[in-house]
Design a protein around this ligand. Sequence first.
Ligand SMILES: Nc1ncnc2c1ncn2[C@@H]1O[C@H](COP(=O)(O)OP(=O)(O)OP(=O)(O)O)[C@@H](O)[C@H]1O
Ligand SMILES: [Mg+2]
Length: 481
Amino acid sequence: MWHAATHIGTEHLTRLLSQLPALMWSTDTGLQVTSRYGGVLAVFGQEPGAVDGPSIGEFVDSADLETVVAAHRAALRGQATSYETRFRGRTFSSRVEPLVGSSGEIAGVVGFAFDITDWRRTETALRESEARLRTIIEIEPECVKLVDRQGRLVDMNPAGLAMVEADSIDMVRGLQIIDVIAPEHRAAFMDLHRRIFDGESGALEFEIIGLKGRRRWLSTHAVPLRDGSGAVQALLGITRDVTETRRAEEQLRASRTALRSLATRQQDIREDERTRIAREIHDSLGQALTALKLQLAAAQDAASRESPALGHRLAETALMVDDLVKIVRRIATELRPPILDQLGLPAALEWLAHDFTRRTGIRCEPTIMPTDDVISQELGTALFRIVQEGLTNISRHADASQVQIALGVKSHCVTLEISDDGRGITEAATTGPGSLGILGMRERAAALGGVLEVAPRGDGGTRVTAWFPPLPATPSGGGAQ
Ligand SMILES: Nc1ncnc2c1ncn2[C@@H]1O[C@H](COP(=O)(O)OP(=O)(O)OP(=O)(O)O)[C@@H](O)[C@H]1O
Ligand SMILES: [Mg+2]
């Protein structure tokens, strides 16, 4: 019974050993192999069991021979030794110990090796991919940083170190990251930090003050970095230096504002000039012509009695003066319609529409709602000029047969709409660099806090819409002076 159990046990053990990716062996004191077992043998076409020789050197790549022999010699001296060795493309983790004989003397070496080829391969691949990733992060021009739950800097690449003006990572590792953030942005950064550790991701623009005192604007995108169990381990932030971009944006904004006020000012000057010249023409030239007409009438009277021929010439001259009066009046009106100053915007728009139809033959219907004095003189002029340019564009580009102008007030906001049934404006024409007329309309609206849009209508044609916010409560001429 006992014998049978031992027998089954040995067979079982041999089978187990032959399936393990391992190798066990023993040598004599001359380092000749005396027995060997384990699944590794099959890989190299060897049988398990007791052998007589060969030398251990036959089972190891020549490059590792010295290591293996030295380890076995150490074992013979009573010293257990571990080493790593390769044989025909496979890698083994090995350990040799002294083989103790029946009377306690060292009779040889017993060894155990485990095939770690696959494990080594994975480890190497992992190391390589880690090194690759490291290189990418090292040369990445944006700052890559890790911040722990307590807000301490764990790691940062060279680009980031340059941003915070640190010479090495040792200078800043463990630093409270909040310390380099400009005080006015700390609350926002702490909020972002909290959100990341709650598992969200986020973005933030903020200013930092580098270790050497330089301020920079940074734009960061942060995500939670999780460990194997899914818990948030750190904040991973990718950050770009946007100082230059912001400065350029600010300059652009400033120069746009300056340009806008320049345009507004020029328009104001132009409008004043037009008004002044129109008045001058009307008053001085008009009066002179009227006086001339009176003189002519008197002369005509006298001449008709004494020299009918001269009287006739003078009558012709009087007609020419009448024409001159009309021309002068037209020039003055075109410069600045007196109706705008005398009767206000609604009347001026009626006149403009009527005049437009008379000149172009295109029907033009103005719908003018009561505007309850919410239109200042300044706004009145702007609206008048916008409609004027809108109508000029229609006559020049639209090929329309009908135009509608609507002026109204909706919840204290002044609205204007000019729509035609022409060919419709293209997207490019509304934004093109050549569109000075439309640009001027937009600028006029913007100067008064309004918005103006020019777009094709869904059913063909073009629509210009403008919207102006309520005026601040100041008494304003209500259009007429
Ligand atoms: N009502 C419209 N219907 C169709 N196209 C239009 C209309 N209004 C404007 N456009 C198009 O938009 C372009 C830009 O108009 P904009 O008034 O800015 O410039 P312009 O009339 O060509 O020149 P100007 O600087 O003398 O006004 C026009 O050239 C034209 O092609
Ligand atoms: Mg135009």
